[in-house]
Ligand binder design. Structure first.
Ligand SMILES: Cc1cc2nc3c(=O)[nH]c(=O)nc-3n(C[C@H](O)[C@H](O)[C@H](O)COP(=O)(O)OP(=O)(O)OC[C@H]3O[C@@H](n4cnc5c(N)ncnc54)[C@H](O)[C@@H]3O)c2cc1C
Length: 380
């Protein structure tokens, strides 16, 4: 039996790494278990809202040295090529997950997080303590566990979380390209059964990432045929994919992306990032939410350990309340916009409405984003 972190984090994506950095900088002993080695590519649109910057600065982290693109414009196009463009209320930056996760991993190591490369296979909670088992036969114990293992994991199966019992039709595809694309723009292009986001990341690379319904995809032989027959009905995508030079041997894909509701606390584990709830990617806010949830959980854990009478129930209640307060409305708005876009008639009504009143678009974007993450929420 391996002892003995104050906090054990399952999953080293944005949520897990950020919480690890925050807590270890407050002198807690943090162990983080991640199943993959760094760096690695991930299916993601790679546009990060600037709302996270003040918090990253507070943690002593600056992404400037990674040379992200600086994005302040948003363009949306329908299948027929109608467009609408808007300034982004807060703006954001484009950075590959390959670079960003690896950077945070190194920051976590510097901060003293003990990072273990292995896959968590079992989590038990008994006698006010967690016992966590990994695929290499090791056993870890900890008083607190943060679940930051992303959208879908074997841990969800073990916990029998509701969403995992149902199949989800959504799949995601992503690749980097050499292409001529403005460095201050993130764009979203609708096609039958899904939408594709384009933005520039570091080194002038362009990331193309799309989400599609599997039933739309499976009528076609492969990704290339799908891109040519379905996505290219949108003139922007046709133009992009006909000129862009792919830089991956083949695109990365993930399936079974579920947007079903989840609980922020399960079996006493405090769930962070996508493990607590997945926002529709068209909102471009999942990464900011992952980082934001790390801030919330870390502040509450610090308060919990530093208060004179530790009370797990209060910690769990406060985390649930805070999580819902900050994120529930965004997830709901994301679901509504997503379901409008899935119906061509409603999508064109939405588009006409936005074209008539362009000021509505930044307001809509605001509904799916948060305010800059400034200061502490919890007085500890
Ligand atoms: C198609 C698509 C496009 C998107 N585009 C954007 C965008 O442009 N902007 C944006 O802000 N968001 C976007 N998102 C959302 C964003 O990618 C996620 O919200 C974000 O990655 C969540 O971070 P996380 O840390 O919660 O999870 P992840 O980054 O998925 O990290 C989870 C980690 O846990 C590890 N793990 C899993 N199971 C185990 C286990 N059993 N043991 C140990 N480790 C484990 C995984 O290897 C992984 O590294 C997009 C999502 C999709 C699907």
């Amino acid at each position: 039996m391996l002892q003995d972190a104050d906090i054990l984090i399952i999953g080293g994506g944005l949520a897990g790494l950020t919480a690890g950095i925050h807590l270890s900088r407050e002198n807690f002993r943090v162990a983080l278990i991640e199943k993959h080695a760094y760096p690695q590519h991930k299916v993601c649109g790679e546009y990060v809202s600037n709302e996270v910057l003040p918090y990253l600065h507070q943690l002593g982290i600056s992404v400037d040295g990674l040379h992200p693109s600086r994005i302040h414009r948003f363009l949306f196009s329908t299948v027929s090529g109608k467009t609408i463009e808007s300034e982004l209320p807060l703006g954001g930056f484009g950075i590959s997950r390959y670079t960003l996760d690896d950077f945070l991993y190194k920051q976590a190591l510097i901060s003293g997080v003990s990072i273990i490369q292995s896959q968590v296979t079992d989590v038990q909670f008994q006698n006010d303590q967690f016992t966590v088992r990994t695929s290499d036969g090791k056993v870890y114990t900890s008083k607190l566990v943060i679940g930051a293992y992303g959208k879908r994991s074997s841990v969800d199966k073990q916990l029998q979380r509701n969403f995992i019992l149902n199949e989800s039709p959504w799949m995601g595809v992503k690749a980097h390209y050499k292409a001529d694309f403005p460095d201050d723009l993130v764009s979203l292009h609708n096609f039958d059964g899904g939408y594709c986001g384009l933005c520039q990341v570091e080194d002038n690379l362009v990331n193309a990432c799309y989400l599609t319904n599997y039933s739309s995809f499976k009528k076609h032989k492969n990704l290339e045929a799908f891109q040519q027959n379905v996505m290219s009905q949108n003139p922007f995508l046709k133009d992009f994919f006909s000129k862009a030079i792919p830089l991956f041997d083949k695109p990365l894909t993930i399936s079974q992306i579920s947007f079903a509701k989840k609980q922020p606390v399960e079996n006493h584990m405090l769930m962070c990032g996508d493990t607590a709830g997945v926002i529709h990617p068209l909102c471009g806010n999942g990464m900011a939410m992952a980082i934001h949830s790390a801030k919330i959980v870390s502040e509450l854990i610090i308060n919990y350990y530093r208060s004179t009478n530790l009370n797990r129930e209060v910690l769990e209640d406060e985390y649930t309340i805070s999580w819902n307060y900050f994120f529930k409305k965004r997830l709901t708005t994301g679901r509504i916009v997503q379901s409008l876009l899935q119906r061509p008639f409603l999508a064109s009504v939405l588009m006409s409405g936005l074209q008539l009143t362009p000021a509505m678009l930044p307001l809509l974007i605001k509904q799916t984003h948060g305010e800059p993450l400034v200061g502490n929420y919890v007085d500890s």
